[in-house]
Design a protein around this ligand. Structure first.
Ligand SMILES: *Cc1c(COP(=O)(O)O)cnc(C)c1O
Length: 350
């Protein structure tokens, strides 16, 4: 595969960004204490505490499924339930891991047109039953940005947190693309997390330019009790932890975490702008982060595929394009041209 072949089906197609790789190389010089008791891991956790202006507790695991399910498990007893949106990754793409690691806490799914949860939907689900036969609501999880690329505003998160406080629920944030949300809102990371009422954040490293790794950030540090044991039991305690933590030092200390996200978002905007006037092709959702979802007649999508473009259609049948830190603007333009060309060959019904 040549660089001409860059595809945008997933932001996980990207490699490791230079800052993360350089930190891994630096961490590779010599030996270090195992299981997280090393200088890189301490430095990474400190970088998070500075970034969030908070004395948060930070843990490093291999992937987002583990981060989300272990974080949720730490907030729940087995008889509890977790309120999420119907398109939430925890519901649709984690193979039951949240239920598995919590020993049975049930996900309660709220219908949602764009992937966002609303205070009303949370209240309605959480208060639908209060008897002993129903799993007791305990946590709300929101994805920032959502699986459809929608960004919750600071006010929206605050409003959700207010309902959570009112109903005695904890608030978890799946931030697999948290950096992209920060880039969109141009806010301090604290403004959309602990200052807005989020108790625990899963901060994605993989989709931000790392080879592998996500950070679990407990703003309510009491909730982090024994979390290290939970990680170990789940097979998520890296013995050579410095290779999971050093890339964060590279991303956070250099500011690359935000530059990478800005670039990814800009490439999504670039595609959206270039296909705005293509007849028959429409945005399925507003472009607010690094995702573009398109609706188009099936033959247009077939033509695109036949020309070698890859994309998923698992959310509502629309074509999803995702952009990462390494997205090539010329390649984005090539995709836009291919979409226009495919659309031009298909007669659009009036
Ligand atoms: C990618 C992603 C994750 C993490 O997925 P893993 O494959 O387990 O790393 C979690 N949540 C969302 C919304 C994601 O897009």
């Amino acid at each position: 595969m040549t660089t001409d072949d860059q595809q945008f089906a997933s932001d996980n197609y990207a490699g490791i960004c230079p800052e993360a790789l350089a930190a891994m190389t630096a961490a590779n010089a010599g030996s270090a204490t195992a299981y997280g008791d090393d200088g890189w891991t301490e430095r990474a956790a400190d970088a998070f505490r500075r970034l969030f202006d908070s004395p948060c507790e930070v843990f490093f695991v291999f992937n987002g499924t583990a981060a989300n399910s272990l974080a949720l498990a730490s907030l729940c007893q087995s008889y509890h339930s977790v309120i999420c949106s119907a398109s939430a990754h925890v519901e649709t793409d984690e193979c039951g891991a949240p239920e598995f690691f919590s020993n049975g806490s049930k996900l309660l799914v709220a219908p949602s047109a764009d992937g966002k949860l609303t205070p009303a939907a949370i209240r309605s689900l959480a208060t639908s039953r209060s008897d002993i036969h129903f799993p007791k609501p305990r946590v709300v999880t929101i994805t920032q940005p959502t699986e459809t690329g929608q960004v919750y505003t600071i006010e929206e998160i605050r409003a959700i947190a207010a309902v959570c406080r009112d109903l005695g629920l904890k608030l978890h944030m799946d931030g697999a693309r948290f950096a992209q949300a920060c880039a969109t809102l141009e806010c301090a990371p604290a403004d959309i997390t602990w200052r807005a009422g989020v108790d625990v954040l899963c901060f994605g490293g993989t989709k931000n330019g790392m080879a592998v790794g996500e950070a679990i950030v407990f703003f309510d540090t009491a909730l982090a009790q024994d979390f290290d044991y939970r990680c170990k039991q789940a097979g998520q305690l890296a013995s050579k932890m410095r290779f999971l933590s050093a890339p964060w030092v590279g991303l956070l200390e250099s500011g690359a975490w935000l530059d990478n996200a800005r670039h990814a978002n800009a490439c999504a905007e670039r595609l959206a702008t270039r296909i705005a006037d293509v007849p028959g092709v429409d945005l399925m959702f507003p472009v607010q982060a690094n995702a573009v979802f398109l609706t188009a007649p099936a033959p247009v999508l077939d033509t695109l595929r036949a020309r070698g473009w890859r994309f998923y259609t698992f959310i509502g049948g629309g074509a999803r394009f995702m952009f990462a830190w390494d997205a090539q603007p010329e390649r984005v333009d090539a995709l836009a041209a291919a979409i226009a060309e495919a659309a031009a060959t298909i007669p659009i019904a009036a």
